[in-house]
Design a protein. Structure first.
Length: 381
């Protein structure tokens, strides 16, 4: 498996999603044997898990929903395949530290089963030569970035800047449910049974994931769906002054990298035409590839494995990773997209990824691109 070497690291430099990729952190799924289905998890994945919340969240009513070891093993096989494909494209692949087994974490306000550092895009944004650690939505992920710190210190010692959003307490009432209530959705199935303590006078906190952003040189698109996100956008504007942050008004409930993928300047992959209206005016004239429909047979059937919740949407395979402006890594189980991209002149590197809905991440989610060739170009003027 590719690992960091004693060669001096390149300078942190990642301004966009599509210029030549030189170095990347690829997540780990070691010991990913359960989802902790407590209220912050249920709210975050509400769109996808709501249909089953009315029945139960886990066997026997427990909050820990076991994941069969067979599925984790197959996920690890697919991640190894992704690492090999990236190495074959000339990309240096770094990995987080190996997580401990069954790590339970505790704050003064709640307990949780820690999530391994698989979807490393979520808790960090790389903005040029700056590492920005974000403020997790899900309690189980609060210490996840500790396992990325070996890589972060590597870049810091080579001259990178390193910032962190204020760590959220994630006490009761910290999370804003207004995205759902504006749609007249009842989220009580997610919030019922909350056992976390409260902090007098705290209210809604800054809560935000890196995957709510898309980077375009000197411009960053930021999805803002509630007050938690509004606070984070203000923090980004106050603390990263050399970039322009564009507010996308509730394009999704949180992450947007299974909705929008800039493929190169002037060309993007978009889930459907209804999302154009959320984009900056300058992007609305870009050429668009709309994600083709896929057959449900491309997704695993978990019927014989007991109670398994698919937490990611069926659009997860839009979540591709660009190696450069002409080369993309795409799930081999989405042949419809591969065909469309090849017709548009892209070199497609197909890599198998079976359980993307179960683990809630695609190739963009699993990776944190730390070194790309591009700089702070202006793609929107």
């Amino acid at each position: 498996m590719p690992q960091s070497t004693s060669v001096p690291p390149p300078a942190l430099n990642s301004f966009d999603e599509f210029t030549r990729l030189q170095e990347v952190v690829l997540g780990r799924a070691d010991h990913y044997n359960a989802h902790h289905t407590e209220p912050s998890w249920r709210l975050f994945f509400y769109d996808n898990v709501a249909p089953v919340l009315g029945r139960h969240t886990a066997p026997s009513g427990e909050e820990l929903l076991p994941i069969p070891s067979q599925l984790t093993d197959e996920l690890n096989e697919d991640i190894y395949g992704l690492a090999d494909a990236l190495t074959g494209c000339g990309v240096n692949v770094l990995r987080p530290a190996v997580p401990g087994k069954d790590v339970d974490i505790r704050s003064p306000h709640w307990d949780a089963r820690a999530t391994p550092p698989l979807n490393v895009r979520d808790q960090t944004i790389i903005l040029g030569n700056t590492i920005v650690e974000t403020a997790p939505h899900i309690r189980a992920r609060i210490f996840e970035n500790d396992l990325l710190k070996p890589a972060f210190y590597r870049y810091y010692e080579a001259g990178a800047n390193w910032l962190s959003m204020p760590r959220p307490a994630l006490a009761s009432d910290s999370l804003d449910t207004s995205y759902f209530t504006r749609q007249s959705l009842d989220v009580s199935r997610a919030t019922d049974g909350e056992t976390a303590g409260s902090i007098e006078g705290l209210g809604l906190e800054m809560v935000f994931d890196g995957a709510q952003c898309m980077r375009l040189g000197r411009d960053v698109l930021v999805n803002v769906a509630n007050h938690n996100h509004e606070l984070a956008l203000r923090w980004l504007r106050d603390n990263v002054c050399n970039l322009r942050f564009h507010r996308l008004d509730a394009m999704a409930d949180n992450h947007i990298d299974s909705v929008l993928v800039p493929l190169r300047p002037g060309l993007m992959l978009l889930r459907s035409p209804e999302y154009l209206k959320y984009l900056p005016e300058a992007m609305q004239s870009w050429d668009v590839i709309y994600a083709p429909e896929t057959d449900d047979s491309n997704f695993p059937d978990y019927t014989d494995l007991g109670f398994v919740i698919p937490i990611g949407s069926r659009y997860m395979d839009i979540n591709l990773l660009s190696v450069d402006e002409d080369t993309v890594v795409v799930n081999s189980l989405y042949p419809e997209l591969i065909t469309v991209l090849e017709r548009r002149g892209f070199t497609v590197v197909p890599v198998r990824h079976r359980h993307r809905r179960l683990f809630g991440g695609g190739f963009h989610c699993f990776t944190l691109d730390t070194v790309r060739r591009g700089g702070p170009e202006d793609y929107l003027s």
